[in-house]
Every structure is written in structure tokens, then in C-alpha cells.
Ligand binder design. Sequence first.
Ligand SMILES: C[S@@+](CC[C@H](N)C(=O)[O-])C[C@H]1O[C@@H](n2cnc3c(N)ncnc32)[C@H](O)[C@@H]1O
Length: 469
Amino acid sequence: MAPRTARDRRDRNRRPGGPRRPEDLVRRTAYEVVRAVQTRDAYANLLLPGRLRDRGLTGRDAALATELTYGTLRGRGTYDAILQVCSDRPLHRIDGPLLDVLRLGVHQLLGTRIPPHAAVGTAVELARSVAGPGQAKFANAVLRKVATRDLAAWLAIVAPEGDEVGRLSVTHSHPRWIVTALRDALGADRAEIEALLAADNERPRVTLVARPGRATAAELVEAGAEPAPYSPLAAVLPEGDPAAIDAVRDGRAAVQDEASQLVALALADTPLDGPDARWLDMCAGPGGKAGLLAGLAAGRDARLLACDVQPHRAGLVRRAVDGRTGVAVVDGTAPAWRPGSFDRVLLDAPCTGLGALRRRPEARWRREPSSLAELGPLQRRLLASALEAVRPGGVVAYVTCSPHLAETRVVVDDVLRDRADVERLDSPQAVRRVAAGALDGLGDGPYAQFWPHRHGTDAMFLALLRRTA
Ligand SMILES: C[S@@+](CC[C@H](N)C(=O)[O-])C[C@H]1O[C@@H](n2cnc3c(N)ncnc32)[C@H](O)[C@@H]1O
């Protein structure tokens, strides 16, 4: 029979030999999520909340399980380099479950204030239960070695000298190819790339959006959130569950990064000659930007059509918009609408998501450079299709949640190379026009690039394009 209450669920998790301590459950939960991410391509942010509920973990226990899960996933690159030095076996010869227990142990030792004896003891106990007594001995020996130094001392040993990309990769736990890509996109000095990589390893603040016409940022602030620096629709929730705020529970507000809000606002605010009645969100799932655009469109007597190629993602969009908004399952590369049907088009293209590493700690290990080769042709086809969908004089916003040049500037420049009928608008200026506060550091234009370390947002890219003929 399924356990009915949190207490029942806790009881079910007690071992026959005696009561299981909450901290065991906390670590077991973190381990299971880390393992599922490695073996089943699970997403930590989707899996963890259900596991916490099932185990009856709340408050500090839930916070610790979350920190251990995210910290272990994020720190994997650094922790593996340290484990390699402390283990007499190469890491590829350590079984997956044991290796994940070791990573969790290293995170506790080097990334938290958990006392070393507790970190080692609980990790060894976990190793015994997932890999057997012999492996527990091995885990004990390895983790005791790890415990002899702090993180800074280990980095001085394992981060390679004379190889700047390698040093950054190990120190900030990013794959080498991502370090290189971010450095190329940032085009900045050494101190700034360090700041960006460090920002990718911080947990982002929860930012809320007040859906236009349905809620206001002031209402969110009254309900306990804090004012946000840039978006006039945003408020920041320093702690607690967003669903505790009425407007979020009612669907009048939602969780949304400030950069996502600003790119949608910049598209809606770009001046148009002629009609402004038909708006398209071509890749809308799960509906974050569509929810915002729908509210703005309603306020101006315009109609939004929000599409996605995946039926279940289109279903999520339906929940984020009002009844006036059309929602449809459409392949944006082969749509049924006539050319020139829309006045404003948002193309929030499928991308690697390298701009959201703060929120999806596992993404950096899951993505490969080959992802770019797969996405590039699709991004180009979708952009060409978006430019066909907009009328002469209308505006397209090409947006990615990735700063990788191969998904941003290179895509736009490739698609526009042979076209004389598209003008690049000044995107940084368009964003500044809609921002509530001063907003610098988006680049020299015509494209705009947000950065976590500069703006505290995802690394969102925006190219605003106008069809001239
Ligand atoms: C970056 S997400 C969009 C996020 C969304 N705009 C938001 O703010 O919540 C990209 C979306 O593009 C959709 N997609 C991928 N290929 C597509 C295609 N050929 N036509 C339409 N949508 C597509 C994916 O299913 C995914 O939901």
C-alpha cells in the first residue's frame, strides 16, 4: 500500500536494524538524484522535489539534500580531478555508484561546513550500502586522503599550471570546450572569465514575473518579494517557496529570469509602422515568454499565437496563457501560415542552454560539442522561417539561452548574409529602453548579450531584426 503521510513515508525508509537517521535519508536522497542524472539523463530540478516529498524531507533537511545534490553535480569536474590524485585506481575503473558516493563525499568535505568525520563517516556508510563492505574500505581510504587538505590547497595541486583553459576547467568545474566557448563569447580579460565561471557555480536567486495585466511587481513586493534591478515586471524572492505567493499560485505571476522578461519586453516595445495586431511565439514551450507576451498583447488589442513542435510542451503553454491566445502544435520550419502573416515574431530557439548553467547544474556534463552541430541547421531554418512569417516593417527577435557564438551571432550573420531585406536593430538600446534601471554591459550592438556575472541573469542573447521589404 502506498504510504499516505510524510511520517508513513519516513517509517517506510527505516531499516529493519534500527531507525534511519534523517541525515542518512538526506544523503541517500542526494545520492539517488545524482545517480539518476548520470544513468537516466534525469533532470535534478525535476526529480528532486518529488523525492523530497516522498521521503518527507522538509525545512533544513530538504535544504541540505538540495545543496548536496546540486553541489555534487556542479563540482564534478573539480572533484574528479582531486579523486584521481587520492585514488590508486583510475576513475574509469571505479563503478558508477561508488564514484557518485565519492563525489558526494568530496563535496561534503570541500564544499560544505559539514565536519570531516561526519562527511567521511556518512559517505562510507553509503558506500557500504550501495557497493558492499570491501568498497566501503576503499571509500574510507580515499576520502580520508581528500580530508587532509582544503579546496584551495587541492586546487594548487590539481589545476594544471601553464594551461590556462585546463586550469579554469578544473578550478571552476566546467568542461574545457565550454570554457573555451564562453571565453570566445565574452571576449574579455582573464579576471572576467573567472568571474563568469564562478557565477555559473552560484545558485541563482528566484526571480518572479508579474504577468502584465494580471499582477504587478509592486504586488509581489507587498507579498514579501524584493524589488528587482532591471525588469519593471520582476521581483526577487530571497527565500521560501514561490508557490506561497498568492499571485504565483493563481498563475498571475510565475518564476522567470529577468533577462527572459527583458528580451520579450524589448520585442513588444520596438516601434512599428502600420498594424500591430498579430504576434507569433514560434517556439513557445513551456510558455514562460508566451505568458508575458500574451498579457502585453491583450493590453494592446493584439493577438498572440504560441506554437511548439512538441504536443506536451504546447500543453504547458496553454496553462501559461489566457483564453485569447491561440496555442498550436506547429513545426516552425514548415508552418501552414502565409508569409508575412505577423507583425511581431519571437523565435526563442532550441539551443544548448549553456546560458543557464546556474539553474541546470548537470547540463554542462550532458552537452557535447556535437550538440552544436545538431542544433545549428535547425536554428538557421527556424530563423529563416521567422523572417518569412513577419510582414515587411515587422520585427523578429532571435533569442537563445546560450552565449555560444555558434548559436548566436554566427547563426544570425549566416542567415542574413544573402538577404538585403532585413535590418539589424540596436538590441542593447532596445533592452535599455524597457529596463527599469540602468543596464550596461550588454555589448556594443547590434546584438545584446546578458551575463550571469554582470547582470545576475542567465546568459541570454537577443538579435532584433526588422524586415524592410
Ligand atoms: C528554448 S525553448 C523555448 C522556451 C520558451 N520560449 C519559454 O520562454 O518558456 C525552445 C522550444 O522550441 C521547441 N522547438 C524545437 N524545434 C521546434 C520546431 N521545429 N518548431 C517549433 N518549436 C520547436 C522545443 O520543443 C522547445 O519547447
